[in-house]
Design a protein around this ligand. Structure first.
Ligand SMILES: CC(C)(COP(=O)(O)OP(=O)(O)OC[C@H]1O[C@@H](n2cnc3c(N)ncnc32)[C@H](O)[C@@H]1OP(=O)(O)O)[C@@H](O)C(=O)NCCC(=O)NCCS
Length: 220
């Protein structure tokens, strides 16, 4: 009889992935890890008409995972709270980030240490409304993380290299110029960033290697 439930989907994972999930101490975290990794395999397998368990996912030097086969499929994944976001594209590099909006100790130090002038001004305009400032902080933060993850950069490397505008949520998507990985400072590539609010209390962003994009959204 085929295994069902968590045990069943754990069978879709590679030995390495199962080992990574087993390292979580809390059963709930272990289960979330299995569900996220199995979901990623199920989604990618549909695009390339393969069996989920047959996919070979490799991890780059910076930690960014990719498909070993040359299908042109690019993806990225982010976890926060009870949610996981998966972004998939054809040929265009993609990065996605999700954060649960929560109180941040040392927010001022992070803002002054890492954000650019426009972003700092945007956050200053929210002063006096703590909730709004926190929401705006995560709006800007997730854009930066998505931009870092799209290029497979470490977060702090990306923060140091990129200058991002600070549009409000209502803007939808916008174009940005970002420094290519490994290029000297000052080079630029055209990317597109879009904010995502997959559930109340969360902020997220998608960054795609394209001038404009029309993403489709599915809930698994
Ligand atoms: C990548 C990074 C921004 C992720 O931040 P996070 O908010 O903690 O985690 P998220 O949930 O958004 O994303 C995690 C997923 O992103 C992917 N990922 C990991 N490193 C990545 C990278 N450099 N670029 C793109 N994606 C990456 C993985 O799939 C990971 O999933 P997993 O944790 O289930 O394995 C952060 O861990 C980082 O800065 N890593 C870089 C490390 C680094 O600089 N290494 C130096 C060698 S160059």
């Amino acid at each position: 009889m085929p295994a069902t439930g968590l045990e069943g989907i754990a069978g879709l994972l590679s030995a390495n992935e199962r080992e990574q999930c087993a390292r979580f101490l809390r059963p709930r975290d272990r289960a979330q890890c299995v569900v996220a990794r199995a979901s990623l395999r199920i989604v990618l397998a549909k695009y390339i008409h393969e069996e989920p368990r047959a996919l070979s996912i490799t991890i780059g030097a910076s930690g960014k995972p990719s498909l070993a086969s040359s299908t042109g499929i690019q993806f990225n994944i982010s976890h926060a709270g009870d949610l996981t976001l998966i972004a998939v594209s054809l040929k265009m590099r993609v990065g996605i980030d999700l954060e649960r909006i929560r109180e941040v100790r040392d927010m001022d130090a992070i803002v002054h240490g890492f954000f650019g002038g426009q972003e700092q001004a945007y956050l200053r305009a929210c002063e006096g409304d703590g909730g709004e400032r926190t929401r705006a902080f995560f709006l800007l933060w997730t854009r930066r993380e998505a931009a870092a993850k799209a290029r497979g950069l470490g977060l702090f490397e990306s923060f140091a290299r990129d200058t991002l505008p600070a549009f409000d949520y209502n803007r939808g998507g916008f174009r940005v110029e970002l420094a290519p990985r490994g290029a000297p400072r000052g080079g630029s590539e055209r990317w597109w960033i879009r904010d995502l609010v997959p559930a109340a209390g969360y902020a997220g962003a998608l960054c795609v290697e394209q001038e404009n994009a029309e993403p489709s959204f599915w809930r698994l």
